[in-house]
Design a protein around this ligand. Sequence first.
Ligand code: NAD
Length: 258
Amino acid sequence: MSYQTGVGQRTAVVTGAASRRGIGFATARRFAAEGWAVALLDIDEAGAKSAADELAAAHGVPVVGLGVDVTDAESVRTAAATVAASDLPPVGALANIAGVASPVPFLEVEMKEWRRVLDINLTGTFLACQAFLPAMIENGYGRIVNMSSVSAQQGGGVFSKTPYSAAKAGVLGLTRSLAREMAPHGITVNAISPGVVDTDIRAGATDAENEARLAASVPMGRQGTPEDIAALTVFLSSEDSSYITGTTQNINGGSYIA
Ligand code: NAD
């Protein structure tokens, strides 16, 4: 397949992309709509593959879906090797979106929960960056977007509590330090810090009344949509964003203004 635009010659890797109501899938869809080839990585292998088929059919770009556990170094490295050996164009962007919430009060947090939340939200981001960066450096183009949260900035207060805030604050530190290291390569690394977004991440632990309360607490009077976040991620992956690096992009309807 041949492409007429620069983005069509590049692949965007999106982790956490299987959940159809999630930010990752919306991001993968936006990349595909803008002509990027896309690799969808998710621990839900069947979901990643069916999502990939859906996007390929809808947008006519090459798309693969892979079962990957972002907490497992070998699994992430295998995914990077699979993408590199595939027919997809070179990787130009990585969106680290896989994540989990954790509403457990601090004194009830057990080691297992602490590790689960830190591993998926923070270590998973580290592992994916390390696995996909060498190809970006070699290809001379790279954009990394890491998913933080307003919870990291304001100390929870939305839904998740301490382990999540700590993990997402860790994502900000990782982003800033990596941005400095990668700048000489022309590779940008930025974080996105959403407020409350209407997805299934709180499924089973919230109800319609609580969701409405969360929406009402936002100055704009609504939760964010996955599409709101996807648009920003794809912009931060574009050539136009080449001088933006090490930043935290707040996207929260005015709920946290700093
Ligand atoms: P979601 O639950 O809809 O999607 C998360 C995806 O990550 C799922 O497809 C899940 O299968 C995948 N995943 C979980 N563990 C994984 C693992 N070990 N390896 C690979 N994939 C894994 O969640 P969402 O609301 O779309 O959240 C996406 C990101 O945005 C997360 O990092 C989340 O912390 C962050 N975020 C969400 C909100 C919100 O209100 N929804 C707000 C701020 C930040």
